[in-house]
Each structure stands twice: as C-alpha cells, then as structure tokens.
Design a protein around this ligand. Structure first.
Ligand code: IMP
Length: 429
C-alpha cells in the first residue's frame, strides 16, 4: 500500500484541492501536517462548493481526517469551520476528525503581533496572511506554546499562560501595544475547550496503527515548497516546513512511511505576498495569466503575481521535496498564446547558474534566462487524453518534464475532476 504526500512545488496555489480531493476519495486517512488556516482549499463536489482552511479535505467525503502536531491551530477558527461545514450537511464527529494533542494553538495575541509587524512602517514586510501563523510557530520553537492538551488541564493552564505572557507583554510594551491579562487568554481558551477536546487524540499512535493495518494515508500539504522556512525564498516564506519531509515530522510517523510524493505544479508561476519572483511578468502577459487563471488569493482575496513557468525553481523543489511525479495544472490557461516562455536558468552577476541561490540579495539579483516555445491556438481545456491535446501543448509538457527531471503523473485541463489525464496513479506506484 502506498502512502502519498501532496505538496505544492511552487509558491502555493498550484491547484492542490482538485488532486487532494481525487486522492482523498481513495485514501483511508487524510492528514494535515503543517501550516494552519493560512491555507485555503476549495472543493467542488456534486456542484456544492466547500471552502476549507484548517480541516483536512477528506472530512467532506467522510474519511478519517487528522490534524497533526505540525499544524498550528486557531481554536476559534477551527470551531467556526466545523460549524460552517456542519451547516452544509457535512458530518464531523470524533469518529472522522482527530486533532493532535501536541498541536500548538494560535491565540489572539499571535494575530495581533502578526498584524502589527506587517503594518509597521519599518522592517521587512513579508505580506503574511495576518492569521498569527508566524508568531505561533515562534512560540512553539521557543518552548512556550499553549497546546491542545493544555485545554484539558485547566488547573495548570493559568501558569502556562503567565509564562507565555512574560514574553509577549515585554514585546507588546516595546511595540506600544497594551499588555494582555492572563485571565483574558484563559477565558478565550476555556470558551472553546469543550468543543475541541472530544477530537483530541494521540495522533502518532493512531497513524501507526492505521499504517500497520495497511490503510492508505494521504498527507495533505499546504502552501508550496518555495515558502518552506529552510528551502524557500527566506525570509519571504511561511514559518513552517512545507517540503514533503515534514509530513513525517508533522504527524509523528517515520520517514519510511512515505511512498510517493506528488508535486502539484502550475503550468506557469504565481505568488502572493512579497519576495523574489524571477520570471514575474508585471505587464500584459501577467495580466492575461491572472485573468485567465482567476488568480486571486482564496484566503486574503489578494491579486496573485503571475509569470512564466520557472523550471529552475521546480527542478530544485523536485529535489528538496523528493517529488516522485508532478500533477501539472492549468495548462488550458496558456491556450491561445502565440509563444510561451520558460525560464531555464538564471544569470547572476554575469554568470549563468542553474539553481536558486540561498541569499536574499542574490535571489533579488538573478535574471531569468528564457527559452521560447511555440504556443497553440487550439483549446486544451477539457482534454482527457493525450490525443485530445494540441500537439504543441504535448511538446510543452514533455519539455517541462525534461527540464525539471521528473515525470508528469497527472495533467489537469480544467477545474473539473474528470478533465484530467492520468499517467501514473500515486496510490498504485
Ligand atoms: P503566513 O503564512 O501568513 O505567515 O505568510 C507568509 C507568506 O506565505 C506570505 O507571502 C503569504 O502570502 C504566503 N502564504 C501563506 N499561506 C499561503 C497559501 O496557502 N497560498 C499561497 N501563499 C501563502
């Protein structure tokens, strides 16, 4: 039995939702292992639209869904999301949803800090989702988080909050923000404890048991590999590890439990927020891609920056995430272009390089080196077999495979689930 990790191979928004849904129907367990409600997945099932941020996609189809320890959980947001989906007729009970006891919580003071830093005129603007993700992960690594299990121990919760506030109130004083009373945080947490505690579980144990029973586990990544805190365009990244290896750490399973990594890859490139983007097209081409591809953020509604496919970046994330095969999405957005460019290398200070340099300065200085390919006038939208695709589109896909050193396992030609060309089934690798 194969266990599959789905990751974004660019800066997120590659169209993971469609494939996660397709795979989750055939999985026994679906696990979120990093990020939080900075993610946004839209699922369309039988014409009904479900918007998920924190809940694993499997929950809509009734599969056992797990929020792992690597996720940062805003407890109020989670309760609201559960209630919203229940309102749409989705059954969510401890039978089909489990929450890791050791997952750290996002508190109101994390949201305050995220927004304050982003709005401050001085310092580096990252363009975060302002949902408190970064500050919550900082507290986790700083060993002062309040975690899900702490809700079950109200007698010691106050002491933990006071310890956390020693740090936060010092910061807040320095920033000119009002201090926070421990009682306020205590009440905030107790207001949701009864709703959340029934879902709490020893997730590492549950997943180990499932794995031994031969269950198929789908690990659902959020964001994209270039937003990874180690391997991405640091500091313009998110605060978690988004590469596939995190599926193991963020759920409590060993690395040997991952059999296949599916890298969701858009046929061009987009990015939300600040940071380097060598193949960005801040011009008519970018506007064409944005309009055709409906490139607006699911969580913040921000307009996404758009550009040509960057093979240098994806070639690198194929390596840093150990991607076995890619699912290429949105090729139909390129229909009708006379020519299509692909970034194949960079020029850095007069030299040609074939990788993304690690330093922020060098990342800002790299210039894309393009190859130009002939476009196609026919439509690829809705194609369900290679024979349905325009010949030039097939050439484009084959060329991408060569440039990134990884095969296309799936090709998506519209948001509809059936408009997919299946080359290799990740679960039957
Ligand atoms: P944060 O995750 O809210 O701290 O934001 C850090 C960076 O990651 C910003 O550039 C965000 O726009 C980006 N980001 C966070 N979540 C997503 C996502 O789900 N899709 C695309 N970009 C994201």
């Amino acid at each position: 039995m194969a266990n599959v990790v789905v990751v974004g191979s660019q800066w997120g928004d590659e169209g993971k939702g469609k494939f996660v849904d397709w795979l989750s129907e055939r999985a026994d367990v679906v696990v979120r292992y990093q990020g939080g409600h900075n993610a946004g997945h839209t699922l369309v099932i039988d014409g009904v639209v479900y918007k998920l941020s924190l809940l694993p996609s499997g929950v809509v189809r009734g599969q056992l869904s797990v929020i792992g320890n690597g996720v940062v959980v805003d407890p109020h947001f989670l309760v609201d999301e559960i209630n919203r989906l229940r309102g749409q007729g989705v059954t969510i009970t401890p039978d089909n949803l489990r929450l890791a006891e050791n997952a750290p919580l996002i508190l109101s003071l994390h949201r305050d800090l995220d927004a304050f830093r982003e709005n401050a005129n001085s310092g580096l603007k990252i363009g975060t989702t302002k949902r408190g993700i970064g500050p919550a992960y900082e507290d986790k690594v700083g060993r002062r988080s309040i975690r899900v299990m702490d809700l079950a121990e109200p007698e010691t919760l106050m002491t933990k909050i006071e310890r956390l506030l020693t740090h936060h109130n010092a910061l807040r004083r320095g920033m000119g923000l009002p201090e926070v009373e421990a009682q306020v945080i205590y009440d905030e947490l107790m207001a949701v404890a009864d709703d959340l505690l029934p879902f709490m579980d020893r997730v590492w144990h549950l997943l180990d048991a499932k794995r031994r029973q031969g269950a198929r586990i789908l690990f659902e990544g959020a964001q994209g590999a270039l937003l990874d805190n180690d391997h991405g365009t640091y500091p313009f990244v998110t605060s978690s590890n988004t590469v596939a290896g995190q599926a193991a750490t963020g759920s409590g399973l060993g690395p040997g439990s991952i059999d296949y990594v599916l890298g969701i890859t858009k046929a061009y490139t987009t990015r939300v927020g600040e940071g380097p983007f060598p193949s960005e097209q801040d011009n008519e081409t970018g506007q064409f891609l944005g309009e055709r591809g409906h490139e607006f953020g699911t969580v913040t509604s921000r307009k996404r920056r758009c550009g040509w496919f960057d093979a240098v970046l994806v070639r690198q994330t194929v390596k840093t995430s150990g991607i076995s095969g890619i699912a290429l999405t949105k090729i139909d957005v390129l229909d009708g272009l006379d020519e299509i460019k692909v970034c194949v290398a960079y020029e850095l200070d007069g030299e040609r390089i074939d990788y993304l340099p690690a330093s922020m300065g060098a990342q800002a200085r790299v210039k894309p080196i393009y190859e130009t390919l002939e476009g196609w006038s026919e439509t690829s939208a809705g194609a369900r077999s290679w024979a349905d695709l325009p010949a030039q589109a097939v050439k484009y896909v084959r060329h991408i495979e060569e440039l990134i050193g990884c095969p296309v396992a799936l090709l998506s030609t519209s948001p509809e689930r059936e408009d997919t060309i299946l080359v290799q089934d990740p679960f039957q690798d």
